[in-house]
Design a protein around this ligand. Structure first.
Ligand SMILES: Nc1ncnc2c1ncn2[C@@H]1O[C@H](COP(=O)(O)OP(=O)(O)OP(=O)(O)O)[C@@H](O)[C@H]1O
Length: 609
C-alpha cells in the first residue's frame, strides 16, 4: 500500500499538500466562531471577563461593548467566508489529485495486464480482471482522495484541539483526553477483524462479475440450451455469496460506528457534567481554580470538535481496509512475472524471408501433461506445410508456439535461423500473420477492422486488400460501406464475411509467414470458392503453416505433417502418404467418405424433387 502511494502520489504531491494544508487551515478557521462566542458571553453578556482573543493583538480590538459585538460578528462572518474558500480549494485539489492517480493506476494496470503471458488469460477469469481494473482502482482513488487527507486532517485537528483544550483548562482537558486510548484500542480490534472480511468481499465481487461476463458472452448458448433457469440460479448463488460477504463487513461496520459514537459521546458527557458541576457548585474534588460560563461553552464546543473526528476515525480505518484489499489485488496484477517478453538483447532483422524451423520442440500447458513432443520440421521461404490429425492432436499449439503466445519447454522454434525467443516480440509478430478460425472483430468500422494492426494503412490499401480478399463486393453493399460499424464481436456479419475480413487484415499486414487455422464450419459453395481464391492470393509467396481442413489446402501443401497425441507420426506429400496407408490415409478416407455420402444424399433429394 505504501509502495502504491509512493509510486503514484509522488508526481502529484503538490496537489496533495495543497489539499491537506487547506483542509487543516479550514478546520482551524472553523474554531473561530466558538472561541468568539465564549469571549462574547463572558465580556459582553455576563461581564465575567475582559474582551481578549488568542492570536489577536489588543490594538485591533475596538473599545466599547457595541463595537466589540460588531467586531465579533465580523470575525464570525469572515471566518465563514474564508472557511468556504478553503473548502473549495481543498475539494478541487484533492479531487484532481485522486482522479489523476486513478487514471495513472488504471492505465498502468491495464498495460501490465496486457503484457501478461497467455497462460494467465487461460486461467484468470475475465470478471476478476475487470473487477480489478474498475472497482479496485476506484477504491484506491477514494482512499487516496479522501481518506489519506482525512487522516492527516484528523491528526492535525486532534493534536491542535488537544493543545487548545490544555490552554483553555488543563484540568478539564485531562478528563476529555482520557477517553482516547479506549477509542484507539477499540479501533485496532476493528481493523484486525474486518481485514479478512474485506478480502473475501473483494474476491466475491470478482466472482460475480465473472459469472455475469461469461453469461453475456454465452447468451446464445444459454437461450438455445434452455438454460435460463439454470443461469438464474448460478447468478443468484454468486450474488448471494456477495451479499453474505457484504453483510459480514457491514455487520461489523454498524457495530463499530455507533460504539465509537457512544464512547466519544461519553467523553463529551463527562466533560459537560464536571464543567457544569464546577460552575454550579464549585470545583469538583481534585479540581481547583475558576471557570466562567463563556470558558465552559468554548471548552464544550472544542470538546465536541475533538470527539467528532475521533468517532469519524472509523470511516477512515474502514476505507483503509477496503483500499488495502484492493491495493493487494492491483499489486498482484501489476507485479506478476512475465515469461514471454523481449530478451535482454532482442534481434530485430530488417527483413524476414520466412524460413521456419521447429527443432525437437516439446511443450506442455500444464507441467507433466505434454501436448507436443519432439516436433521437428523445416519450411523453406514461400512453402506451405499443412498439419492434419485428430482433434486435440496439438495442431493449434504448434502454431501458437511460432507466434510466441507460449514458449517451448525444450527445443527451439526458429525464424530465419533466429530462435523466436531472441527476436524482438514486435518484429516476430509483425513478420508472422495469423488468420484464425474464430475471427474476432472489434467494435468499430469495417475499415478499422481491416486496418487493425496496420494502423498507418491508407484507405486505398484497405480497399486493395479487401478486393484481394474478395471482401470488397459485400463491404460496399453494407449500409455505410467501409464505414459500417460491425458491432461488438462483429455479430452483424456472417461467418464467411468475417473470414474474408480476417484475410484482408492479413493481406494488408503482408507478413513473411502466415499461420492459417482454417475454419471448419461449412459455407456455401459460392462463398467457399471466394474464400479459396482469397486464401490463394494470401498464401502465394508466403511461408504458410496451415491447420488444414480443406482438401485443396492439404493437397497443395509442399509438406504434410500428421500429428497424433503431440507427435509427428507421418510426413510427406499427399500421394505418398495415401499410398503408405497410415493415419493420413485413414483420415482422408473418412473425409472422402463423408463427402461421397453427402453427395449421395444430395442426389437422392434432387431425385425426389
Ligand atoms: N490453453 C490451454 N491450456 C491447457 N491445455 C490446452 C490449452 N489449449 C489446448 N490445450 C490442450 O492441448 C491439446 C492440444 O490442443 P490443440 O488445440 O493444439 O489441438 P488441435 O490439434 O489444434 O485440435 P483441434 O483440431 O480440435 O483444434 C488438447 O488436449 C487441449 O486440450
Amino acid at each position: 500500500m505504501r509502495d502504491l502511494f509512493a509510486r503514484y502520489a509522488r508526481p502529484e504531491l503538490g496537489l496533495f499538500v495543497l489539499g491537506v494544508v487547506t483542509s487543516i487551515l479550514g478546520r482551524g478557521v472553523s474554531l473561530v466562531p466558538p472561541l468568539v462566542l465564549g469571549v462574547a458571553i463572558d465580556a459582553l453578556f455576563t461581564d465575567a471577563g475582559p474582551y481578549t482573543l488568542p492570536l489577536v493583538p489588543g490594538a485591533w480590538i475596538p473599545n466599547g461593548a457595541p463595537a466589540q459585538l460588531w467586531f465579533s460578528v465580523a470575525l464570525v462572518l469572515g471566518s465563514l467566508v474564508v472557511g468556504g474558500a478553503l473548502t473549495w480549494v481543498q475539494g478541487v485539489s484533492l479531487s484532481l489529485f485522486s482522479n489523476r492517480i486513478q487514471h495513472a493506476v488504471r492505465v498502468d494496470a491495464y498495460r501490465a495486464m496486457q503484457d501478461l503471458d497467455m497462460a494467465f488469460f487461460d486461467d484468470k477469469q475475465t470478471g476478476q480482471v475487470m473487477a480489478i481494473l474498475n472497482d479496485d482502482v476506484r477504491n484506491l482513488r477514494m482512499f487516496l482522495g479522501t481518506t489519506v487527507s482525512g487522516a492527516l486532517q484528523l491528526l492535525a485537528t486532534v493534536l491542535g484541539i488537544a493543545a487548545l483544550l490544555f490552554y483553555l483548562n488543563a484540568q478539564l482537558a485531562v478528563v476529555t483526553l482520557v477517553g482516547v486510548p479506549a477509542l484507539g484500542a477499540f479501533t485496532v480490534w476493528f481493523m484486525r477483524t474486518i481485514r479478512p472480511r474485506y478480502r473475501a468481499l473483494r474476491a466475491s465481487i470478482g466472482d460475480l462479475n465473472t459469472r455475469i461476463e461469461n453469461n453475456l458472452a454465452g447468451m446464445e448458448v444459454i437461450k438455445t440450451s434452455n438454460a435460463e433457469a439454470f443461469e438464474n440460479g448460478r447468478v443468484r448463488d454468486a450474488s448471494w455469496e456477495n451479499y453474505l460477504r457484504t453483510w459480514a463487513v457491514a455487520k461489523l461496520e454498524y457495530l463499530y460506528q455507533p460504539a465509537m459514537d457512544l464512547l466519544a459521546g461519553l467523553t463529551f458527557a463527562v466533560t459537560f457534567a464536571l464543567g457544569g458541576y464546577w460552575l454550579v457548585v464549585g470545583p469538583p474534588p481534585g479540581f481547583s481554580g475558576t471557570l466562567s460560563p463563556g470558558e465552559l461553552v468554548t471548552f464544550l464546543f472544542m470538546t465536541q470538535r475533538f470527539v467528532e473526528p475521533l468517532s469519524g476515525a472509523g470511516r477512515i480505518v474502514n476505507s483503509y481496509e477496503n483500499a488495502r484489499a484492493s491495493g493487494e489485488r492491483i499489486v498482484d496484477l501489476v507485479e506478476r512475472p512475465v515469461t514471454v517478453r523481449d530478451g535482454p538483447d532482442p534481434v530485430a532483422p530488417e527483413r524476414i524471408t520466412g524460413r521456419v524451423e521447429y527443432d525437437d520442440v516439446s511443450f506442455a500447458y500444464v507441467p507433466g501433461r505434454p501436448v507436443l513432443a519432439d516436433v521437428n520440421f523445416v519450411v523453406e521461404p514461400g512453402e506451405t506445410v499443412a498439419f492434419v490429425g485428430p482433434t486435440g492432436a496439438g495442431k493449434s499449439t504448434v502454431a501458437k508456439l511460432l507466434l510466441r503466445l507460449y514458449d517451448v519447454d525444450s527445443g527451439a522454434v526458429r525464424v530465419d535461423g533466429h530462435d523466436v525467443r531472441d527476436l524482438a516480440l514486435d518484429s516476430l509478430r509483425s513478420a508472422v500473420g495469423y488468420v484464425g478460425q474464430d475471427v474476432f472483430l472489434f467494435d468499430g468500422t469495417v475499415r478499422e477492422n481491416v486496418a487493425y494492426g496496420s494502423f498507418d494503412a491508407t484507405d486505398e490499401a484497405v480497399v486493395a486488400a479487401s478486393r484481394a480478399a474478395e471482401a470488397h463486393e459485400f463491404v460496399v453493399d453494407l449500409p455505410d460501406g467501409y464505414d459500417t460499424r460491425v458491432g461488438e464481436r462483429g455479430v452483424k456479419l456472417s461467418g464467411g464475411q468475417r473470414q474474408r475480413l480476417a484475410i484482408a487484415r492479413a493481406i494488408l499486414q503482408d507478413p513473411a509467414v502466415l499461420v492459417l487455422d482454417e475454419a471448419t464450419s461449412a459455407v456455401d459453395t459460392e462463398t467457399e470458392r471466394l474464400i479459396q481464391r482469397a486464401l490463394d492470393r494470401l498464401t502465394a509467396g508466403r511461408t504458410t503453416l496451415a491447420i488444414a481442413h480443406r482438401l485443396s489446402t492439404v493437397r497443395g501443401a509442399d509438406l504434410i505433417l500428421v500429428l497424433d497425441e503431440g507427435r509427428v507420426v507421418e510426413r510427406g506429400a499427399h500421394e505418398a502418404l495415401l499410398a503408405a496407408g497410415g493415419l493420413y490415409a485413414h483420415l482422408w478416407g473418412v473425409q472422402a467418405g463423408e463427402e461421397a455420402s453427402a453427395f449421395d444424399s444430395l442426389l437422392r433429394t434432387d431425385g425426389e424433387d
